[in-house]
Design a protein. Structure first.
Length: 396
C-alpha cells in the first residue's frame, strides 16, 4: 500500500476513535442526568429544566411585550395587596380544614358523611365554647360588680391616708399622696372620654371580626367537605407534569399544620398546669378556671400570658390585693419560662424549625397583622419552609 493511503487510513481510524469516545462520553453524561432526575423524583422534587442558550432579540415589539409583562405583574401584586384580608381568611380556613381533616377522615371511616362530620364537630365546639364563655363572663361580671361596690371605700381610704388594706401600704403611701395632689380632674375626664371612644371603636372591630369568623367557618366547611375537588382545582392551575409534586406538597402542608396544632395544644396544656400549681398553693379562688383561661390565651404567642393576667387580675384582686401582687409575680416568671424554654422547644420538635426562625416569623407576622399575625406566623413559616427546602435541594 502506498504511504499516502496508509496515512489516510491511520487518520480515519483516529477520527473514528475520537468520535466513539465522544459518543460514549455523551452517553455517560446522559445516564448521570437521568440518575440525578430519578433521585430528585424519589424525594418529590421537581427536576430543573435543561439550560439552553437563549438569545434576546431587542426590537421594539419585544421591549413592548416586556414592559406589558412588568405592568401586568405590578397590577397583579397590587390586586393581591388590596385583597390581602380575603387571602388571610382563605389561609385561616385552610389551616382549620387541615386541622379538622384527620378527625373528619376517622368519622368518615365510621360511615358518617364528611358534611355531617364537620357539622357535628362545629356543634360540639360551639356548645363547649358557649359553656366556657358563659361561665367566664358570669365570673368576671360578679368580680367586677364586687369591685365596683367597694371602689368608693377604697378611694375614700386612700384619700384619707387609710391604706392598711393595701399591700406594702407604708411604702406606697407617699406615691399615692403625690398622685392625689397633682391629679388634674379635667385631664382625667378627657382621658376617660378618649378611653370610652377607643372602647367603642374596638367593639366595632370585634363585630367585624365576628362576621369574618363566620365566613371562615363557612369556607372551612366547604374546604373540608370538597377536599378532592379543591385539590383537583389547585392541580389544574399548574402544568400536568407538576401534578404529582403539587399533590405531595399539599399533603405535606396538611401534615405540618397538624404537627403545629398538636404542638400548640401541648404548649397550652403544659402552661395551664404550670399556672394551676402556684395558684392553688397560694390559695387563690377559681384557680382551675384561671388556669384554663391561661391555657387558652397561650394560643396567642408572646402576649398570651398578658391577656391571661388582664382577665385574672380583677378576680384575684377582689379576693386579696396581696394575692393579686403575688399572682402578678407568678405570671411574670411563667411568661419568661414559656418564652425562653417551653415554646421554642415544643415548636422546634413539632415543626422542625429553629427557635430563631420562629421568633423572626412571629415578629414579621405581628408587624403586619397584629395578634392574628402572631397566631398564623408559625404555620405560615412551616408552610414556606417546605418549598424553600425543595428549592435548596433542587439547586444542589
Amino acid at each position: 500500500m502506498p504511504p499516502k493511503k496508509k496515512k489516510q487510513s491511520s487518520l480515519s481510524h483516529a477520527i473514528r476513535g475520537v468520535r466513539t469516545r465522544y459518543v460514549n462520553f455523551r452517553l455517560r453524561v446522559d445516564d448521570m442526568k437521568k440518575q440525578k432526575e430519578n433521585a430528585l423524583l424519589q424525594h418529590n422534587v421537581i427536576p430543573s429544566e435543561p439550560k439552553d442558550r437563549m438569545f434576546v432579540d431587542l426590537n421594539p415589539m419585544s421591549v413592548a411585550k416586556s414592559a406589558a409583562m412588568v405592568l401586568l405583574m405590578v397590577a397583579l401584586f397590587y390586586f393581591l395587596f388590596e385583597i390581602r384580608s380575603l387571602l388571610v381568611m382563605l389561609f385561616v380556613s385552610f389551616l382549620f380544614a387541615a386541622a379538622l381533616d384527620p378527625l373528619v377522615d376517622i368519622m368518615q371511616k365510621k360511615g358518617l358523611p364528611r358534611s355531617l362530620s364537620v357539622i357535628i364537630i362545629y356543634l360540639v365546639a360551639i356548645v363547649m365554647s358557649a359553656w366556657f364563655v358563659t361561665n367566664l363572663v358570669t365570673l368576671l361580671a360578679e368580680q367586677v360588680f364586687e369591685i365596683a361596690k367597694n371602689i368608693s371605700t377604697i378611694v375614700t381610704n386612700i384619700t384619707k391616708g387609710n391604706m392598711n388594706l393595701l399591700p406594702f401600704a407604708d411604702q406606697l403611701k407617699p406615691y399615692f399622696d403625690q398622685f392625689y395632689q397633682t391629679l388634674d380632674l379635667q385631664a382625667a375626664a378627657n382621658q376617660i372620654q378618649n378611653a370610652l371612644q377607643l372602647v367603642g371603636s374596638q367593639l366595632l372591630g370585634i363585630s367585624i371580626g365576628l362576621i369574618n369568623f363566620v365566613l371562615v367557618l363557612v369556607l372551612t366547611f366547604f374546604m373540608t367537605v370538597e377536599e378532592k375537588a379543591i385539590e383537583e382545582f389547585v392541580r389544574s392551575l399548574f402544568p400536568s407534569r407538576y401534578s404529582r409534586y403539587i399533590s405531595t406538597r399539599l399533603e405535606a402542608v396538611k401534615d405540618q399544620v397538624g404537627y403545629w396544632l398538636r404542638g400548640q395544644v401541648l404548649v397550652s396544656v403544659v402552661c395551664g398546669v404550670l399556672t394551676y400549681i402556684p395558684l392553688a398553693l397560694l390559695g387563690i379562688n377559681y384557680a382551675l378556671t384561671l388556669s384554663v383561661i391561661a391555657a387558652i390565651a397561650m394560643v396567642i404567642p408572646v402576649i398570651g400570658r398578658v391577656f391571661a393576667w388582664l382577665l385574672a387580675f380583677p378576680i384575684v384582686f377582689n379576693q386579696s390585693p396581696t394575692l393579686s401582687l403575688w399572682m402578678t409575680v407568678v405570671y411574670f416568671v411563667l411568661q419568661q419560662v414559656e418564652l425562653n424554654f417551653i415554646i421554642p422547644y415544643v415548636m422546634n420538635r413539632a415543626v422542625g424549625l429553629s427557635p430563631i426562625i420562629l421568633m423572626i416569623a412571629m415578629m414579621i407576622g405581628g408587624q403586619y397583622l397584629g395578634i392574628l399575625g402572631l397566631i398564623l406566623s408559625i404555620p405560615v413559616a412551616t408552610t414556606a419552609a417546605i418549598f424553600v427546602k425543595d428549592y435548596a435541594t433542587r439547586a444542589k
